[in-house]
Design a protein around this ligand. Structure first.
Ligand code: NAP
Ligand code: GCO
Length: 264
């Protein structure tokens, strides 16, 4: 049987793929056969990413590009088309979070989070879709969150943006499915990356961070996820194996969304 998960000959752009979830997903796509391009905000970050891919035996191309800047994104897409090829797989992964109680958050801080986590996936998807249509089909994967479904203290902007990203995903699927473009989301649970490091840091007295214990108690798998946990779901949504899956959010959360929490 033909390998329906193969990404041989495909070109993938993973935004913010320097470390964390982006690096994990890009590495999985490369192992499945894709040529990988990634971007980050500065050259230092890109160099760090290039070194990490090289150490993993992956020949990735790295670019400086702020995904909130439409001119930079359009230039990035042109450069990748010229140097690697037309993008078959876009993973909108770049993201930020600000943990600030809502009434203490400035409107500028709120906008900044929405700009990176919601406006930028729109900007990048808009830049790649015309060539994807010409090519006859493609895959877009938006990295959503538990916060696409749930709220919690201090993450109002992030939850608003990730909830919006879920609906942008469904709308891209609705609007461009007819062109054989599948746009799906991955909703990671709590994954150990630099973004969540402050939630896992030990207390000053060396004891465990209470948030760390809280997450483990809320996760039926009883552990934090690792970027590698997203490898299989990402390859599935990037490959022909998911050609009739569109507008779906695949939660990869060790069961968090299925669980009411430990009984007292
Ligand atoms: P991370 O470790 O903080 O990495 C974020 C990446 O995004 C970095 O490579 C960063 O590059 C890049 N980035 C940020 N702003 C950018 C911008 N304006 N332009 C270009 N690149 C930018 O985050 P992560 O934990 O791997 O998370 C990756 C994605 O998954 C995010 O969308 C996040 O919200 C989502 N997510 C994370 C978790 C989790 O538990 N970790 C769970 C669910 C969803 P620079 O270094 O250059 O800033
Ligand atoms: C937080 C976390 C989360 C996770 C993730 C959950 O402060 O609650 O950072 O938002 O990063 O998005 O899926």
């Amino acid at each position: 049987m033909k390998n329906i998960f193969s990404l041989d000959g495909k070109v993938a752009l993973v935004t913010g793929g320097v470390y964390g979830i982006g690096f994990g997903i890009a590495s999985a796509l490369a192992q499945a056969g894709a040529k990988v391009a990634f971007n980050a905000t500065g050259q230092e970050s890109v160099n760090k990413g290039l070194a990490a891919y090289k150490a993993a035996g992956i020949d990735a191309k790295g670019y400086v590009c702020d995904v909130t800047n439409e001119d930079q994104v359009n230039a990035l897409v042109k450069q990748i088309e010229a140097e690697v090829g037309v993008i078959d797989i876009l993973v909108n992964n770049a993201g930020i979070i600000k943990r600030i109680p809502m009434v203490e958050m400035s409107a500028a801080e709120f906008r900044q989070v929405v700009d990176v986590d919601l406006n930028a996936p729109f900007i990048v998807a808009k830049a790649v879709i015309p060539a994807m249509i010409k090519k006859g089909g493609a895959k877009i994967i938006n990295i959503c969150s538990m916060m696409s479904e749930l709220g919690r203290e201090t993450v109002s902007a992030y939850a608003a943006a990730k909830g919006g990203l879920k609906m942008l995903t469904r709308n891209i699927a609705s609007e461009y499915g007819v062109y054989n473009i599948q746009c799906n989301g991955i909703g990671p649970g709590y994954i150990a990356t630099p973004q969540t490091a402050p939630l896992r840091e030990k207390q000053a007295d060396g004891s465990r961070n209470p948030f760390d214990a809280f997450i483990i108690s809320k996760t039926p798998a009883a552990r934090w996820g690792a970027p590698e946990d997203l490898a299989g779901p990402a390859v599935f949504l990037a490959s022909n194996a998911s050609d009739f899956v569109n507008g779906h959010i695949l939660y990869v959360d060790g069961g968090i969304l299925a669980y009411i929490g430990k009984q007292p």
